[in-house]
Ligand binder design. Structure first.
Ligand SMILES: NC(=O)c1ccc[n+]([C@@H]2O[C@H](COP(=O)([O-])OP(=O)(O)OC[C@H]3O[C@@H](n4cnc5c(N)ncnc54)[C@H](O)[C@@H]3O)[C@@H](O)[C@H]2O)c1
Length: 399
């Protein structure tokens, strides 16, 4: 099993692959489309980050490719539908950097309450401005979390541990952690919070969620944090509310338009404002998150090739069957059409082999069935399934 890892993927992934005996070819940079076309034959698993583009032409050249691991959050760089049509599974790491975002936000809540950006800037200008004016402890102050998902809930727990009172608003039903209190509307949250922190997802309806109306409803002197998505906030309105003194500060990590490449110029109406922390979308960018991403995606790829699990695949139907002790497993990916399951089960029934478990799922144009049997399936039955016109691939394991 040959694994090609591009773009300096963390050594935790290399270790995971080598532990199970896979051969790893590790490269520091990305490869162009032409280079990928040359290099992919013979490669079973490809690991990339955001700078490698997997086009339909690359997938066509990757005739031995079983799966692509995106060792990052986004998967826009991969032609996902083409990959699914070829039966190539794509995985990513959607949750591995949540703790990093939480720690950045906690740091920002304290930094804004103590007006650190401003004090730091004055010191660098040679101005000794020793004063408690506008500086607060965070203990006992109210943090309003908008979006109580993976990040929002973790932030809730860590914020309570340093003495913040936590309230949250989420459009979905979410269980309150610790002593946090759900509020029934965004307006109620804005009226009560000393700090508002946004952790909503990027669904299209969230574009412009936070603008002039919402800033006007925040408490005088409150601070605002956005480490979710740039398009959610109207930064020009935020600028007005900082300049007017209605808000005491802000920390922004994500922007509606972000520079494409390292060193590209950055433009924002929030530049040059007092007590405003601007960071270049680094909420999730830590060594620890990279290590966690390395483990997570490598283990997804290993689980896929060794046991047929497609749990958390972003493009194939998700099946994560438990492995019954000693069973033989067959994974069968097919075009999604009526009657396929009945056809498979007829072929299996004709073998007389006892089926001990079966899981299936469909997604878009594909269906995926994992069948566990007490003994190995006869070659004739496997060949018969392979000949079916709807077959994309068939694999067997005895993990
Ligand atoms: N700054 C960074 O580097 C960084 C890193 C990781 C994630 N993120 C971003 O952080 C955000 C949160 O990530 P997550 O993993 O916690 O997502 P998640 O999907 O687990 O949680 C999002 C929550 O927001 C809620 N929600 C959606 N729209 C809402 C609305 N209009 N009002 C109230 N609640 C709403 C959802 O119901 C859900 O509970 C995402 O946008 C993600 O892209 C940023």
């Amino acid at each position: 099993m040959k694994v090609l890892l591009l773009e300096n993927i963390h050594p935790s992934a290399v270790e995971a692959f080598r532990r199970v005996g896979f051969e790893v070819d590790l490269r520091p940079g990305s490869l162009s489309e032409d280079e990928l076309v040359d290099e992919l034959p013979g490669v079973s698993l490809l690991g990339i980050r955001s700078n490698t583009t997997i086009t339909p032409r690359v997938l066509e050249a990757g005739r031995d490719l079983l799966a692509v691991g995106c060792f990052c959050i986004g998967t826009n760089q991969v032609a996902l539908i083409d990959a699914a049509d070829r039966g190539v599974a794509v995985f990513n790491a959607p949750f591995s950097n949540t703790r990093s975002v939480v720690e950045l936000v906690i740091g920002e809540i304290i930094a804004l309450a103590r007006r650190l950006p401003e004090k730091n800037q004055r010191m660098h200008q040679g101005v000794w401005d020793k004063s408690a004016r506008g500086s607060h402890e965070v203990r006992g102050r109210t943090l309003g979390i908008v979006g109580y998902g993976n990040i929002g809930t973790q932030l809730s727990n860590v914020a309570e541990a340093i003495g913040l009172r936590v309230i949250f608003y989420d459009t979905a039903d979410r269980l309150a952690h610790g002593n946090a209190r759900r509020v029934g509307s965004l307006d109620l949250l804005l009226a009560e919070s000393d700090v508002v922190s946004l952790h909503v997802d990027g669904r299209p309806g969230n574009a412009g969620l936070f603008g002039a109306d919402q800033f006007a409803k925040m408490k005088a002197g409150a601070a605002f944090i956005n480490a979710s998505r740039g398009m959610v906030v109207d930064d020009a309105s935020l600028r007005e509310h900082i300049l007017s003194g209605h808000l005491s500060g802000a920390a922004i990590d994500v922007f509606p338009i972000e520079p494409k490449a390292q060193g590209d110029p950055f433009e924002s109406p929030l530049k040059g404002l007092d007590n405003v922390i601007l960071t270049p979308h680094v909420g999730g960018s830590t060594q620890e998150a990279q290590e966690e991403i390395g483990h997570f995606v490598a283990n997804k790829l290993i689980g896929f090739v060794r046991a047929g699990s497609t749990a958390l695949s972003v493009n194939l139907p998700e099946v994560a069957p438990p492995q019954p002790e000693g069973a033989f497993r067959m994974g069968y990916l097919h075009t999604n059409m009526p009657g396929v399951l009945a056809g498979i089960n007829q072929i299996l029934a004709d073998t007389g082999v006892n089926v001990v478990g079966q899981s299936l799922s469909t997604r878009g144009e594909q269906g995926y069935v994992v069948t566990d049997t007490e003994s190995a399936l006869p070659e004739a039955a496997l060949s018969e399934l392979l000949r079916e016109p709807q077959t994309l691939w068939l694999r067997t394991w005895r993990p």
